[in-house]
Design a protein around this ligand. Structure first.
Ligand SMILES: C[S@@+](CC[C@H](N)C(=O)[O-])C[C@H]1O[C@@H](n2cnc3c(N)ncnc32)[C@H](O)[C@@H]1O
Length: 285
């Protein structure tokens, strides 16, 4: 019985860290309006070309603008289709003169796990883990391993930039059976009229929120959408909640100093209203 529960939990986490990233075209469509973070990462990395390591680079939402700014970027992710999509977008943007041709020589894409980096010590000025990537590290040991690797590969005085959600107990406690964010859209792959909706279950013991994203065919025009009991396509997304005090405790352990811990990408203070924790950590120089 215990084994079955453990196996089910392991499967949920496996799906929860992969399924949302198997369709990069849909991923880019869903986050097409998320641009504030791109501006923040570009500004923090700065205008001088440097070597940047991006953890969980995905489809290159942040990578490609950094290449446009002249940086050398090593982009790591463990989902092949996301990195493949990044490379296709790079080719298309070079062909359309949106990126210089030397961008191809300045990027390295690597399939890998951010808990164990196959990279030399002291090799990057800057390491990024954008858009909740660290929320896929489900245990404290995993988070510690990743921060340890970041500290190892950063040059002395180098910085780590990342953002994760601020846990929101009101939201975490919503009824798991309700449907939220019900949104009609045209599937960018098939052109079908669809309905997007979500719900979630928070596991207090593990601090992991299990989000279900439902994709259902839209009802005929004029009819109200009623969520079906068996949805056509359900994507599982598992996010470990990371509390501010955990960050303050973990980073010094690996030799990183948390120098900025904001509540948004425009320097907002971290308060009960904040959706994100936007962080800068520095390795001692
Ligand atoms: C929310 S996406 C962020 C993608 C991109 N940085 C962005 O801002 O759009 C999180 C990414 O982290 C990757 N990821 C999650 N856990 C990982 C791990 N342990 N090792 C490598 N990549 C991981 C996922 O495959 C996914 O592409």
């Amino acid at each position: 019985m215990v084994d079955q529960r453990a196996a089910r939990r392991a499967a949920l986490l496996r799906h929860g860290t992969t399924d949302h990233y198997l369709d990069p075209v849909l991923y880019d469509f869903e986050y097409r309006e998320r641009v504030e973070d791109i501006a923040w990462y570009r500004e923090q990395v700065g205008p001088q070309p440097i070597s940047v390591l991006e953890l969980g680079a995905g489809s290159g939402r942040i990578t490609l603008p950094l290449l446009g700014d002249g940086h050398c970027v090593t982009a790591i992710d463990r989902v092949g289709p996301m990195l493949e999509h990044l490379r296709q977008k790079l080719d298309r943007q070079i062909a359309a003169d949106m990126l210089p041709t030397d961008a191809r020589e300045r990027v390295t894409t690597k399939l890998g796990d951010i808990r164990k980096l196959d990279l030399p010590d002291n090799s990057f000025r800057c390491v990024l883990a954008p858009f909740n990537t660290l929320m896929h590290l489900y245990t404290t040991a995993d988070l510690q391993a990743c921060f340890g690797e970041i500290a190892r590969v950063l040059q002395p005085g180098g910085v780590c930039l990342f953002d994760v959600c601020l846990p929101d107990f009101d939201w975490l406690m919503w009824d798991p059976a309700d449907r939220h964010s019900v949104t009609p859209f045209i599937d960018p792959n098939s052109g079908r009229r669809m309905i997007y909706s979500t719900n979630h279950t928070y596991d207090y013991a593990t601090q992991v929120c299990h989000i279900r994203i439902y994709y259902d065919p839209a009802p005929p025009a004029g009819e109200t959408f009623v969520p079906p009991t068996n949805s056509e396509h359900v994507v599982h997304l598992a996010h470990r909640q990371i509390f501010p005090e955990e960050l303050r405790a973990l980073l010094p352990w690996v030799g990183l100093e948390l120098v900025k811990h904001d509540g948004g990408f425009c320097g907002e203070p971290l308060t009960i209203e904040s959706e994100s924790q936007v962080c800068v950590a520095r390795k001692a120089g």
